[in-house]
Design a protein around this ligand. Sequence first.
Ligand SMILES: [Zn+2]
Length: 209
Amino acid sequence: MTTGVIFEGMMAKLAAHTGTCPEATMFKKLDTDNIADMLQSYGFNRNGTERLYNGMTGRYMDAEIFIAPIMYQTLQKYTIDTVYANSISPTDAMTRQPLHGRKLGGSLRLGSMETSCLSVSSINFLNEKLSDHSDGIEDYICTNCGSRRVIANDSAVTFKCNNCGDLANIVKFPTSHSSRLFMNELQSMSVGTRYHARRPVFEVIENHK
Ligand SMILES: [Zn+2]
């Protein structure tokens, strides 16, 4: 949509009346005076303007209006067809993570690239998104034997390890359902897994001046 459209329109008008197929690429120099002369020879104004009449009243419009046939392409892609936002979305039956995409009624996905960006600065936000708003769960393990063969009932305050009995030392720790699923899949392939729980250790870096 530049001045090229005006030239294209003038040329198309001329081509429509002469029945020719002129070259309109940018590789060929366009002689506008020549087009204007030829338009004039066909009874048009030199600049391609015409007098238009009001279809309702029949009065002419007191203005010179440029009118010409041109090719026009539109992209049939609209915001209303793609925009979506939601607070709650359905979850995947296997991983219990929120579904992605408008078609599934899902939400925007925080992919690996976004995770990489956020891991630089906003760990709290990252934890919220990947755990609280996703498939974050709390699981129980026995630190004595490192297994998940634990029966835990928080409300009844009943904890039991099927391996250790009285020696059991059961702890609750945050994890994700997809992580537990991975462990279950390993177990289904007869691969034994053991958890080794330890308290988080923070290193204090002193600033020596
Ligand atoms: Zn145990």
